[in-house]
Design a binder for this molecule. Sequence first.
Ligand code: ATP
Length: 371
Amino acid sequence: MIDIRAHGTQILSPIEQGDYTESKQHLPSVSKELSRLATARLEYEKPSRSLLPSAEKSYFPGECSSMNSQKYLAIVNPHSGKKRGTSVLEQVQSALLPRGIELDIRMTERESHARQIAQETCLEGYAGICAIGGDGTFHEVVSGIMERKQKLSIPVGIIPGGTGNDVARHLGIKGVEDAIGHMLSGEVQPFDVAKVISGDQVDYCTTLVGWNVVAEVNRVAEKLRRLGPPRYALAGLTQVLLSQRRSAKVIFDDHSIEDDFLLVTACNTSFVGSGMRFAPRARTDDGMLDVVVVREASRWQLLRLFRKIFDGSHIEVDCVEYFQTRSLQILADDGQPLDIDGEVKGSTPFSVEVIPAAIFIHVDNRRPTSV
Ligand SMILES: Nc1ncnc2c1ncn2[C@@H]1O[C@H](COP(=O)(O)OP(=O)(O)OP(=O)(O)O)[C@@H](O)[C@H]1O
């Protein structure tokens, strides 16, 4: 566990000492080192780097690994992104078909259907899964994958067809065309998933698990759904002004804090809530969750924090603590709601733990990024 603020001396670079401005200058070398480590791990785990267009082998040993096919299972949410899922599918199909890549299309018909398809479909003969939709669709696809009996042996391509598309944004996937390019490269990268246990419920998280203010923001944002992505900003602003502290014991890998908190949010991706750079140092291939904690803050501090949330510089605000941990538990009064990947579900007390490299996704790190 790395407590970036409180134990800055453990770490050598200014990133871990909480100097965000200076950390930007050091970021390239740190991310270079991290990506070297990730690549080293990847090369150890996968025998082949290139799948498309000349797939011959499985990436990984495991279930359903006959991979001579150029067929992807496409799980498409026609409802996502103000119902643009179908037109995104057409764009993907017209780019892939001429390159000999066939899509076996499954349109989702209701909530949780993507999860069911990803969990139940036999993947024999598929070269990969292609998730077309927003973060909710990706959450469902990944949850279904995690519920399969055996570890997934094929990669997942992410086509951002939703409204917020925070996972794609985090990965530097700039749009549908760019996502197709990432898939066609055949390159894959590990992607961590977090397992959330609340009572007898098990769920999976790809972006964030939030408690207190963050769950309240989502609850209010859901009511404002027809406003599109600005609903999070609007809900965030109102909750900043109305928020209440709640007492809890927050347990990290190797220490705990018992106090009253405004928010505790564990992030897998750097972006959440339709473009808020809430956990600017988060990576999806480091086996860690980035936890943003606010115990106490004046309304003025909260407003300042809120203004800075979109570029990630809110972590400079005095009241913000930033930790990295593999696991997190929140022990609080029973029944306080959680936000898991943008949905209000689960409740306190709960625990969350990272499953490093739980899946592999199509991301080509050589493509230029613009986030
Ligand atoms: N056929 C369908 N009709 C109605 N809702 C559906 C259907 N298929 C899936 N859904 C639900 O649509 C919800 C929204 O999907 P998704 O999150 O992909 O799009 P979005 O909200 O536009 O994007 P983002 O989450 O990136 O902002 C999901 O929670 C999913 O359960």
